[in-house]
Design a protein around this ligand. Structure first.
Ligand code: GTP
Length: 346
């Protein structure tokens, strides 16, 4: 990978909407697509593995694509998401399709969102035209705690989120939002958590969540503000062991490096790490000091998105700070590996 000043310019932002079954995704989408500020969005509902789900937002045309009165495109995918995104782009370019300027993909409630994220960056054609703007995960205030304990995919959806919205707090006992906020923070300290009732939301809350917004400044890099356990050492947390999570092997590791990296050394370390442990590397986010310059990096499992070089550091802190969400990897393993590669690179 190479750094570029703004590799995201001109690409269509994609928001990935996840959340366990019944968490309120369709409710949210049905409000969103009717919002005046969302009039040029293409909504892709990825229904793989689900049969006959009748999303009320979609008045399905025979080819499973519907054009809403306000210009929204709704499209239901039962086969191949990649093909659908390619086709949508092709039709947009040739004028057969509304000039949509954003895509929202709703994944099936049981899905692990990581493959969809990977698809976006590993498929060359898709990566040229689309960029992941953020992962939004809905979490049911009533059923969420049980799902987190029993369903690894629910944990994965939270682990990959940029923002988590807790839905149905009106049905939940007092304190449910606070408790779930703490649980989410254990799984993914970088995700902002707020409540969402009956899908009522300002669409802008869902935009500009990911890397594309990194250059907006420190606020969007809040995940880097995690307290680290000692300068130069790796902070490590096992996910909420007290709540007996099903997949308690998922950990959030925060690493800080004072010495700047060369880009070659950093990418070599990441390449080695992903080749050795890719499937267990659920998410990596961070800001890297590359020869003094701040570069924001983000990866999901073995796929790294194009890094973004910031114009300036968001604060006085110019250390490299990386947050890893991993399964069965210790902080010291990553640190040793990175140190070794940096040393070898001279
Ligand atoms: N009380 C209450 N009900 C809600 C809220 N949000 C969604 N619901 C209801 O929860 C139910 C499930 O919502 P959906 O939007 O269908 O959930 P989904 O995530 O699309 O479900 P799947 O397609 O099965 O994955 C519906 O009956 C909604 O009306 C909320 O904030 N409060």
């Amino acid at each position: 990978m190479t750094t570029a000043r703004d590799p995201l310019a001109g690409k269509l932002p994609v928001t990935l909407l996840t959340g366990f079954l019944g968490s309120g995704k369709t409710t949210l989408l049905s409000k969103l697509v009717r919002h005046p500020d969302m009039n040029r969005v293409a909504v892709v509902i990825n229904e793989i593995g689900e049969i006959g789900i009748d999303h009320d937002i979609v008045t399905m045309a025979s080819e499973n694509v519907a054009l809403l009165a306000n210009g929204c495109i709704c499209c239901s995918v039962r086969t191949d998401l990649q093909d659908t995104l390619r086709e949508l782009f092709g039709q947009r370019r040739s004028g057969q399709m509304v000039q949509f300027d954003r895509v929202v993909i709703e994944t099936t409630g049981l899905a692990d969102p990581a493959p969809v994220v990977q698809t976006l960056s590993s498929d060359t054609m898709l990566a040229t035209h689309y960029r992941l703007d953020g992962v939004v995960t809905l979490l049911d205030a009533v059923n969420g705690p049980g799902q987190i304990q029993s369903q690894p995919e629910a944990v994965k959806q939270i682990a990959l989120a940029d923002r988590v919205f807790v839905t149905k707090t009106d049905l939940a006992p007092p304190g449910a939002l606070e408790a779930l906020t703490a649980t989410v923070a254990d799984i993914n300290p970088g995700a902002r958590v707020s409540s969402l009732l009956h899908g009522e939301i300002d669409p802008h809350e869902l935009m500009g969540l990911g890397l594309g917004s990194a250059r907006a400044g420190a606020a969007t890099l809040s995940f880097l503000g995690e307290p680290l356990q000692g300068e130069g050492s790796g902070g490590e947390r096992t996910l909420a062991p007290r709540s007996a999570l099903h997949d308690a092997s998922i950990k959030t590791l925060s690493l800080r490096f004072a010495k700047p990296f060369t880009w070659t050394a950093f990418t070599s370390a990441m390449e080695l790490l992903t080749s050795l442990r890719g499937p267990d590397l659920l998410r990596v986010k961070g800001i890297v000091n590359v020869d003094g310059k701040p570069v924001v990096v983000q990866g999901v499992q073995h796929v790294f998105h194009e890094p973004v070089e910031l114009d300036r550091w968001p604060s006085d802190d110019t250390d490299t700070r990386l947050v890893f969400i991993t399964r069965r990897i210790e902080a010291q393993t990553i640190r040793k590996l990175m140190d070794a590669v940096v040393e070898a690179a001279g």
